[in-house]
Design a protein around this ligand. Structure first.
Ligand SMILES: Cc1ncc(COP(=O)(O)O)c(C=O)c1O
Length: 391
């Protein structure tokens, strides 16, 4: 970063917690001993193996508490994507004939569409339920598509790009009445809002360690008691035969420590992030009166802001901010070498051009008011710079 007086500094401001959240100090502390000393395989009988199993079961309790489910419901996976794929495949593989479709929200993460469509060509169609301009899926509209021919319903709790929260409880209760299994993608909401007794309406929840300040390489699928899933990884007896393979112990231990830290700090942290987010939104509105916020009228996570400045490409702005020392995301994803505008924003009726203008700021445990103030000072400068370069 170049300071006003021309000095260079390496201090960066990371505002991309929804992409991945930096490892929390509590996680680093919990991992210390496990990195330094040889750890056993939790399946081994010797003392090292027993200690590994004990540590893994402790992490299971910690993650279960965050998810609001009994520890026996937790199946450790390699991350959120695997958890989602395991539920979709696991339900579809065992589905009786006669079931025809998977019902999903239109703003799901691409992993949901990818896994669901992989089955569409074989046995099932995928029905997408549209959202409104603020990214909300109407529960009645969703449930109108859920019928006797539905094999599985999938809805995210919170969106990764806009932070918009979906009515998972209403939808889940309706699915339960209809006898249709319901998967909730809780990857973004976990650690940011209390999940309550989620199993009262959800059969499966997907969670991810690196989104809550743990290490990448671990995630969890919660599976409600009594539900039998075909495993995604066959062969091993681990995880009660629900996910074969040696578990990534350090990542699992870190996941547990991150879950505990999130729960301990949730109340104060969500109030703190809400204040930072409000500051960003009110200040940007003043500094850039033509700015547009996306999903602002909906109930949202306290940490996420998605906006566009008309006439400014999100990619240009993100690159400028990066060079100035700030990490943010755009509303586009790089697919096969081409930059595609976000399907989430397009589902919210933004045009392709408007979606290409989007910037996402996602805050987290590492961010301070001072960092937010620096961002608010730099962003308008970058907008002016891009506008002037065009003239
Ligand atoms: C809403 C949502 N679901 C699922 C995933 C996939 O999680 P993971 O990165 O752990 O595979 C992500 C990651 O960005 C996400 O934001």
């Amino acid at each position: 970063m170049i300071l006003d007086d021309g000095r260079e500094t390496a201090v960066r401001v990371y505002l991309d917690h929804n992409a991945t959240s930096p490892v929390r100090p509590e996680v680093a502390a919990a991992l210390g001993g496990w990195i330094d000393t040889p750890a056993g395989n939790p399946s081994s009988l010797h003392a090292e193996g027993r200690a590994a199993m004990e540590a893994m079961e402790h992490a299971r309790e910690q993650v279960a508490e965050l998810a609001g489910v009994p520890s026996g419901s937790i199946v450790f996976t390699s991350g959120g994507s695997e958890a989602i794929e395991a539920a979709i495949r696991g339900v579809c593989d065992r589905a009786p004939s006669g079931l025809r479709k998977i019902v999903v929200g239109s703003v799901e993460h691409s992993v949901v569409f990818g896994a669901a469509r992989a089955f569409a060509s074989r046995r099932f169609s995928v029905e997408e339920v549209p959202c409104d301009r603020d990214g909300r899926v109407d529960p009645d509209r969703f449930l109108a598509r859920v019928d006797r021919g539905t094999v599985l319903a999938v809805l995210q709790w919170a969106n990764n790009e806009t932070g918009v929260l979906q009515p998972v409880k209403e939808v889940g209760e309706g699915c339960r009445r209809a006898g249709v299994p319901f998967l909730v993608d809780a990857v973004q909401v976990a650690g940011k809002k209390p999940l309550g007794a989620a199993e009262s309406f959800a059969d499966f929840l997907a969670l991810s360690s690196h989104k809550i300040g743990g290490l990448p390489g671990a995630g969890a699928l919660t599976v409600r008691k009594g539900i039998v899933l075909a495993p995604l990884v066959h062969g091993g007896a681990q995880e009660m035969r629900r996910r074969g393979g040696t578990p990534p112990l350090p990542a699992v231990i870190g996941f547990g420590a991150a879950a505990e830290a999130c729960l301990d700090n949730m109340k104060t942290e969500s109030g703190r992030l809400l204040k930072l987010r409000a500051r960003i939104e009110t200040q940007l509105q003043e500094l850039l009166p033509d700015i547009r916020f996306h999903g602002q009228a909906a109930n949202r996570l306290p940490n996420t802001v998605n906006f566009a400045v008309p006439g400014i490409e999100g990619e240009m702005l993100a690159i400028g901010l990066d060079m100035a020392g700030f990490a943010v995301s755009t509303g586009s994803a790089c697919a096969s070498g081409a930059v595609e505008p976000s399907h989430v924003l397009q589902a919210m009726r933004l045009t392709e051009e408007e979606a290409r203008g989007a910037i996402r700021v996602s805050l987290g445990w590492s961010n301070t008011l001072e960092e937010v103030n620096r961002f608010l000072a730099v962003l308008p400068e970058q907008v002016t710079r891009i506008r002037e370069a065009r003239q």
